[in-house]
Design a binder for this molecule. Structure first.
Ligand SMILES: Cc1cc2nc3c(=O)[nH]c(=O)nc-3n(C[C@H](O)[C@H](O)[C@H](O)COP(=O)(O)OP(=O)(O)OC[C@H]3O[C@@H](n4cnc5c(N)ncnc54)[C@H](O)[C@@H]3O)c2cc1C
Length: 548
């Protein structure tokens, strides 16, 4: 069933067993898993079924520009409407403590997540994930890797897999809703979580749609509004906790991370190369592709004091890099309609961008005359890079909007520079190429952009002094409140985040189903039937709401 918030009467209450807030990568994976298990799920989404030019959620930025609104989508399916389908697991060392960087790591290991990565890969349409099982890659990929010389004791190839077209959660959610297995409440902004008198259990969510506010009651609440809006909702929930719910140790909103991204240098090859593994190698079946990147061998990261960065080698026909602003707008362009006159002029004046569009969109074969070294840096957790509540701007319901202060630091730049120096001096052999342009860290600092990976701000940790949720994604101190989106990442790691977000969503659903199974057998069924929110699926009191 699909409903719109404008059909719900002012001040009424809707009920469900599970209330999931946000329908993006994290919210959709947990909501669909619960709905498929036959649970009563109400999915609350601020956006509509199509994107809008004036979305109901906005934010202000006070730090380095963060690419909003280009880098997130406020609509059913969230940012999965724009993502490019790169599905890669985090590396084993991403989970571990890294004392040389003063980083605690995850309260989980890669082995803990592996079974969920496999399920997530299937759900996102990658039947064998290259990052999980590189040995399954065809021999042609491994042969092609060797066409660019690198020193394997310094660098190792990292296989990034993606699918064309990418999985769009919107389609899955609409199908579940049309089959009566999921209720989607669109055009409805979550405004404030209202706990009981002890503050240890959320009783209601206050929500708003144009011209009205109303309430949602549920046994379990799962917030999945993304790493910018999830902390905002927690901070705006101050009825029992003056600093915001889950914020007893001032952790909510802290450590906003991304993968600062951009070109560093340009290689010129002595003769034109074809090396499909570094551009887009089609895998059997026709929809999956793999691209190799190069990363520092894990054992060298400690001695060189670096985090887990990597770089791709992008095919180019000229030596000039593509401008950062153009790059970001093309990253987010979903159709030809998103490209304006200024950008068309930008394409025409940038042969490398034009060439890459032809490769990506029209399947033109990729040849290397030049190779742009394009870095994805791992940003370290920095408590001062954060989301707070705007002191001035409020939304239509009178709640402060999120204030984004994205702040990569000199520690990030030092770590990247150390990797770059090693990669360029001893990592890449120069038999087949020379440096056409050697970048500097100053140029990088001027030009890097967000990779549209909004991470951290309500991090997972072993204790409440270090984070907001425990390893089961439950908010510390609040029994029935869980978070399930990229906000829970303790570190950015060295992979695009969606496979990990999806794996965490599947894992949370399994945890809730198992937990509920235990509760069900330990609570007398009579009690459940008499309680205001029972185990049974409860019909929604819509008070006039109709299908949209
Ligand atoms: C152009 C582009 C390309 C990308 N490509 C890749 C890629 O190839 N691989 C990869 O791994 N990642 C990629 N990403 C990043 C990836 O899409 C995001 O990291 C991921 O979608 C984040 O998931 P999430 O659940 O944290 O948030 P989102 O997917 O953003 O979901 C949050 C949801 O919450 C809703 N919401 C927000 N506030 C409220 C509120 N108050 N009430 C109700 N609902 C609310 C939003 O409307 C949205 O639906 C890309 C991103 C962009 C922009």
């Amino acid at each position: 069933m699909i409903l719109n918030g404008t059909a719900v009467e002012n001040n009424t209450t809707l009920r469900a067993q599970y209330c999931v807030i946000g329908s993006g990568m994290g919210g959709a994976s947990v909501a669909s898993s619960l709905a498929k298990a036959g649970k009563d799920v109400l999915l609350v989404e601020a956006g509509g079924s199509e994107r809008s030019s004036s979305p109901p959620v906005s934010a202000e930025s006070t730090g380095r520009p963060f690419g909003i609104p280009l880098t997130r989508c406020i609509e059913l399916g969230g940012t999965s409407n724009a993502w490019h389908g790169n599905s890669n697991p985090l590396d084993e060392q991403d989970f571990a403590p890294r004392p040389w960087l003063d980083v605690d790591g995850w309260p989980l290991t890669r082995q803990d997540l592996d079974p969920f990565y496999e399920k997530a890969a299937l759900l996102l349409g990658n039947d064998s994930c290259s990052g999980l099982k590189p040995s399954l890659l065809p021999p042609a990929v491994h042969r092609s890797i060797g066409r660019i010389d690198f020193n394997p004791s310094i660098l190792h190839p990292k296989f990034l897999e993606y699918r064309k077209p990418p999985h769009r959660w919107k389609n899955t959610l609409l199908e579940l809703a049309h089959n009566g297995r999921l209720r989607c409440l669109l055009g409805t902004c979550a405004l404030e979580l209202l706990p009981d008198e002890h503050g240890s259990r959320v009783v209601r969510l206050k929500a708003g749609a144009p011209g009205r506010t109303f309430f949602l009651e549920a046994e379990t609440f799962i917030v999945a509004a993304g790493a910018l809006e999830t902390p905002r909702l927690l901070l705006n929930s101050r009825s029992r906790h003056p600093g915001g719910i889950g914020n007893q140790h001032d952790q909510v909103g802290r450590c906003l991370m991304d993968h600062p991204t951009g070109p560093f240098s340009m290689l010129r090859f002595r003769r034109i190369l074809r090396a499909t593994a570094y551009s887009d190698h089609a895998l059997p079946g026709g929809e999956r592709y793999v691209r190799a990147a190069l990363a520092l061998q894990p054992e060298l990261q400690e001695s060189l004091q670096t985090s887990n960065h990597y770089f791709m080698i992008r095919p180019c026909i000229g030596s000039r890099h593509v401008r950062g602003d153009l790059r970001l707008s093309f990253l987010a362009a979903r159709s030809i309609r998103d490209i304006n006159v200024r950008q068309v002029a930008g394409i025409l004046s940038s042969p490398n961008l034009l060439y890459r569009i032809l490769i990506a969109r029209l399947g033109v074969p990729a040849f290397y005359r030049y190779g742009e070294l394009f870095f994805m840096a791992e940003q370290l957790p920095n408590p001062k890079s954060r989301i707070t509540l705007s002191p001035e701007r409020k939304d239509a319901f009178g709640y402060p909007v999120a204030s984004i202060h994205w702040n990569p630091t000199s520690a990030d730049f030092r770590s990247l520079e150390s990797f770059v120096n090693t990669a360029f001096t001893t990592g890449l052999s120069s038999r087949h190429h020379r440096m056409a342009h050697q970048g500097t860290i100053e140029e990088w600092i001027d030009s890097f952009t967000s990779a549209a990976h909004h991470l951290g701000t309500a991090r997972m940790a072993a204790t409440s002094t270090h984070g907001v949720v425990n390893p089961s994604l439950q908010v510390f101190g609040v029994n029935n409140l869980y978070l399930c989106d990229a906000s829970v990442f303790p570190t950015a790691g060295s992979a695009n985040p969606s496979l990990t977000i999806t794996a965490l969503g599947i894992r949370l659903a399994q945890h809730l189903l198992r937990d509920q199974g235990i509760q069900k057998s330990s609570v007398p069924s009579q009690l459940l039937q008499n309680s205001s929110i029972s185990e049974r699926s409860i019909p929604v009191s819509l008070n006039g709401a109709g299908p949209n």
